[in-house]
Design a protein around this ligand. Sequence first.
Ligand SMILES: Nc1nc2c(ncn2[C@@H]2O[C@H](COP(=O)(O)OP(=O)(O)OP(=O)(O)O)[C@@H](O)[C@H]2O)c(=O)[nH]1
Ligand SMILES: [Mg+2]
Length: 187
Amino acid sequence: MKVQFIKGITGSNEILEDEIPHIAFVGRSNAGKSSTINALLNEKAAKVSATPGRTQEINFFLVDAEKYIVDLPGFGYAQTSVKTANKIRGYILWYLTSPEVRPHLQQLVLIIDGSVGMTKFDRELLEVATEENLPLIIVHNKMDKLNQSETIKAERAFKQAFHHQEYCMISSREGRGIAALRTRLGL
Ligand SMILES: Nc1nc2c(ncn2[C@@H]2O[C@H](COP(=O)(O)OP(=O)(O)OP(=O)(O)O)[C@@H](O)[C@H]2O)c(=O)[nH]1
Ligand SMILES: [Mg+2]
Protein backbone atom coordinates (compact mmCIF):
# COMPACT_ATOMS: atom_id res chain seq x y z
CA MET A 1 0.00 0.00 0.00
CA LYS A 2 1.29 3.45 -0.87
CA VAL A 3 0.36 6.03 1.74
CA GLN A 4 0.99 9.71 1.34
CA PHE A 5 0.14 12.58 3.67
CA ILE A 6 -1.66 15.21 1.60
CA LYS A 7 -2.77 17.97 3.97
CA GLY A 8 -4.55 19.03 7.11
CA ILE A 9 -7.71 21.12 6.82
CA THR A 10 -10.00 22.92 9.27
CA GLY A 11 -12.94 23.76 7.03
CA SER A 12 -13.96 24.20 3.42
CA ASN A 13 -11.08 23.20 1.14
CA GLU A 14 -10.41 22.29 -2.49
CA ILE A 15 -9.51 18.73 -1.47
CA LEU A 16 -13.23 18.19 -0.96
CA GLU A 17 -13.73 18.60 -4.70
CA ASP A 18 -11.66 15.47 -5.39
CA GLU A 19 -13.66 12.47 -6.55
CA ILE A 20 -11.97 10.26 -3.98
CA PRO A 21 -13.95 8.50 -1.24
CA HIS A 22 -13.15 9.19 2.42
CA ILE A 23 -12.75 6.62 5.16
CA ALA A 24 -12.81 8.81 8.25
CA PHE A 25 -11.65 7.96 11.78
CA VAL A 26 -13.11 9.83 14.70
CA GLY A 27 -12.98 9.36 18.44
CA ARG A 28 -11.69 10.62 21.74
CA SER A 29 -8.08 11.55 22.09
CA ASN A 30 -6.09 8.48 23.13
CA ALA A 31 -8.72 5.99 21.90
CA GLY A 32 -6.21 4.80 19.30
CA LYS A 33 -7.21 6.40 15.99
CA SER A 34 -3.66 6.83 14.75
CA SER A 35 -2.60 3.39 16.02
CA THR A 36 -5.53 1.76 14.25
CA ILE A 37 -4.85 3.62 11.00
CA ASN A 38 -1.20 2.58 11.17
CA ALA A 39 -2.11 -1.04 11.85
CA LEU A 40 -4.57 -1.05 8.95
CA LEU A 41 -2.08 0.51 6.57
CA ASN A 42 0.89 -1.55 7.72
CA GLU A 43 2.78 1.63 8.32
CA LYS A 44 5.01 2.49 11.25
CA ALA A 45 3.23 4.71 13.78
CA ALA A 46 5.73 7.47 13.11
CA LYS A 47 4.49 7.83 9.56
CA VAL A 48 0.94 8.79 10.42
CA SER A 49 1.79 10.52 13.69
CA ALA A 50 4.75 12.47 12.36
CA THR A 51 2.70 15.52 11.61
CA PRO A 52 3.43 17.79 14.59
CA GLY A 53 1.34 20.92 14.66
CA ARG A 54 -1.21 19.35 12.42
CA THR A 55 -2.68 17.02 15.01
CA GLN A 56 -5.43 19.57 15.64
CA GLU A 57 -6.47 19.51 12.02
CA ILE A 58 -8.38 17.08 9.84
CA ASN A 59 -5.56 15.12 8.23
CA PHE A 60 -5.86 13.56 4.78
CA PHE A 61 -3.76 10.56 3.74
CA LEU A 62 -4.01 9.24 0.22
CA VAL A 63 -3.92 5.44 -0.04
CA ASP A 64 -2.94 3.88 -3.36
CA ALA A 65 -4.17 7.01 -5.15
CA GLU A 66 -7.76 5.85 -4.67
CA LYS A 67 -8.92 6.51 -1.12
CA TYR A 68 -8.48 9.16 1.51
CA ILE A 69 -7.95 8.06 5.06
CA VAL A 70 -9.15 10.98 7.15
CA ASP A 71 -7.72 11.23 10.68
CA LEU A 72 -9.96 13.61 12.62
CA PRO A 73 -8.52 15.45 15.62
CA GLY A 74 -9.04 13.73 18.96
CA PHE A 75 -11.52 15.22 21.34
CA GLY A 76 -11.09 15.40 25.09
CA TYR A 77 -7.30 15.51 25.45
CA ALA A 78 -6.83 16.42 29.12
CA GLN A 79 -4.17 19.04 28.49
CA THR A 80 -6.08 21.23 26.04
CA SER A 81 -7.75 24.49 26.96
CA VAL A 82 -11.53 24.91 26.78
CA LYS A 83 -10.98 27.16 23.77
CA THR A 84 -8.99 24.53 21.88
CA ALA A 85 -11.44 21.80 22.87
CA ASN A 86 -14.34 23.83 21.46
CA LYS A 87 -12.39 24.52 18.28
CA ILE A 88 -11.67 20.81 17.79
CA ARG A 89 -15.27 19.91 18.55
CA GLY A 90 -16.31 22.44 15.90
CA TYR A 91 -13.99 20.89 13.29
CA ILE A 92 -15.35 17.41 13.96
CA LEU A 93 -18.98 18.52 13.81
CA TRP A 94 -18.31 20.53 10.66
CA TYR A 95 -16.77 17.47 8.97
CA LEU A 96 -19.66 15.22 10.00
CA THR A 97 -22.40 17.61 8.90
CA SER A 98 -20.95 19.50 5.93
CA PRO A 99 -22.79 18.97 2.62
CA GLU A 100 -19.39 19.39 0.95
CA VAL A 101 -18.09 16.31 2.74
CA ARG A 102 -21.14 14.06 2.71
CA PRO A 103 -20.96 12.88 -0.94
CA HIS A 104 -17.40 11.65 -0.33
CA LEU A 105 -17.87 10.05 3.07
CA GLN A 106 -17.86 6.36 2.26
CA GLN A 107 -17.30 5.14 5.82
CA LEU A 108 -17.13 6.72 9.24
CA VAL A 109 -15.20 4.73 11.82
CA LEU A 110 -15.77 5.68 15.46
CA ILE A 111 -12.87 4.38 17.51
CA ILE A 112 -13.62 3.90 21.17
CA ASP A 113 -11.40 2.65 23.96
CA GLY A 114 -12.89 -0.79 24.51
CA SER A 115 -11.65 -0.86 28.09
CA VAL A 116 -13.62 2.30 28.85
CA GLY A 117 -16.71 1.88 26.66
CA MET A 118 -18.90 4.59 25.16
CA THR A 119 -18.33 8.00 26.72
CA LYS A 120 -20.56 11.06 26.59
CA PHE A 121 -18.73 12.41 23.57
CA ASP A 122 -18.98 9.06 21.76
CA ARG A 123 -22.74 9.09 22.31
CA GLU A 124 -22.93 12.61 20.97
CA LEU A 125 -21.04 11.55 17.85
CA LEU A 126 -23.31 8.54 17.45
CA GLU A 127 -26.33 10.85 17.65
CA VAL A 128 -24.94 13.16 14.98
CA ALA A 129 -24.05 10.20 12.75
CA THR A 130 -27.57 8.80 13.13
CA GLU A 131 -29.21 12.16 12.45
CA GLU A 132 -27.07 12.70 9.39
CA ASN A 133 -27.53 9.12 8.26
CA LEU A 134 -23.79 8.53 8.07
CA PRO A 135 -22.42 5.03 7.35
CA LEU A 136 -21.00 4.23 10.78
CA ILE A 137 -19.04 1.38 12.27
CA ILE A 138 -18.00 1.48 15.92
CA VAL A 139 -14.61 -0.05 16.59
CA HIS A 140 -13.77 -1.11 20.13
CA ASN A 141 -10.01 -0.80 20.35
CA LYS A 142 -7.58 -1.91 23.11
CA MET A 143 -9.40 -5.21 23.56
CA ASP A 144 -6.07 -6.68 24.75
CA LYS A 145 -6.81 -4.88 28.03
CA LEU A 146 -9.91 -7.01 28.67
CA ASN A 147 -9.99 -10.67 29.61
CA GLN A 148 -12.48 -13.07 28.08
CA SER A 149 -15.31 -12.56 30.56
CA GLU A 150 -14.88 -8.79 30.49
CA THR A 151 -15.03 -8.93 26.70
CA ILE A 152 -18.28 -10.91 26.75
CA LYS A 153 -19.74 -8.50 29.29
CA ALA A 154 -18.71 -5.42 27.30
CA GLU A 155 -20.12 -6.88 24.09
CA ARG A 156 -23.41 -7.77 25.74
CA ALA A 157 -23.78 -4.29 27.25
CA PHE A 158 -23.00 -2.64 23.92
CA LYS A 159 -25.49 -4.78 22.00
CA GLN A 160 -28.18 -4.06 24.56
CA ALA A 161 -27.67 -0.31 24.36
CA PHE A 162 -27.08 0.01 20.61
CA HIS A 163 -28.66 -3.12 19.12
CA HIS A 164 -28.61 -2.37 15.41
CA GLN A 165 -25.29 -0.57 15.37
CA GLU A 166 -22.50 -2.29 13.43
CA TYR A 167 -19.38 -2.76 15.53
CA CYS A 168 -16.20 -4.78 15.78
CA MET A 169 -13.55 -5.44 18.40
CA ILE A 170 -9.85 -5.03 17.77
CA SER A 171 -6.48 -4.54 19.36
CA SER A 172 -4.36 -2.29 17.21
CA ARG A 173 -1.44 -3.08 19.50
CA GLU A 174 -1.64 -6.85 19.09
CA GLY A 175 -3.17 -6.81 15.62
CA ARG A 176 -6.28 -8.69 16.64
CA GLY A 177 -9.23 -8.01 14.32
CA ILE A 178 -7.16 -5.78 12.04
CA ALA A 179 -7.27 -8.01 8.95
CA ALA A 180 -11.05 -8.34 9.19
CA LEU A 181 -11.48 -4.59 9.61
CA ARG A 182 -9.15 -3.94 6.68
CA THR A 183 -11.32 -6.18 4.50
CA ARG A 184 -14.50 -4.58 5.84
CA LEU A 185 -13.19 -1.12 4.88
CA GLY A 186 -12.03 -2.28 1.46
CA LEU A 187 -8.40 -1.36 2.13
N1 LIG B 1 -3.17 -1.57 25.19
C1 LIG B 1 -3.37 -0.94 24.03
N2 LIG B 1 -2.96 0.33 23.86
C2 LIG B 1 -3.20 0.94 22.68
C3 LIG B 1 -3.89 0.28 21.62
N3 LIG B 1 -4.00 1.16 20.59
C4 LIG B 1 -3.40 2.30 20.98
N4 LIG B 1 -2.91 2.18 22.24
C5 LIG B 1 -2.17 3.21 23.01
O1 LIG B 1 -3.04 4.30 23.29
C6 LIG B 1 -2.34 5.55 23.19
C7 LIG B 1 -3.05 6.48 22.21
O2 LIG B 1 -2.98 5.94 20.89
P1 LIG B 1 -3.14 6.89 19.61
O3 LIG B 1 -3.22 6.00 18.44
O4 LIG B 1 -2.10 7.94 19.61
O5 LIG B 1 -4.55 7.56 19.92
P2 LIG B 1 -5.32 8.68 19.08
O6 LIG B 1 -6.77 8.33 19.14
O7 LIG B 1 -4.73 8.83 17.73
O8 LIG B 1 -5.07 9.99 19.97
P3 LIG B 1 -5.12 11.54 19.45
O9 LIG B 1 -4.19 11.67 18.28
O10 LIG B 1 -4.69 12.31 20.66
O11 LIG B 1 -6.54 11.82 19.10
C8 LIG B 1 -0.91 5.20 22.80
O12 LIG B 1 -0.13 5.17 23.96
C9 LIG B 1 -1.04 3.82 22.18
O13 LIG B 1 0.14 3.05 22.31
C10 LIG B 1 -4.31 -1.08 21.82
O14 LIG B 1 -4.92 -1.75 20.97
N5 LIG B 1 -4.03 -1.62 23.05
MG1 LIG C 1 -3.89 10.52 16.72
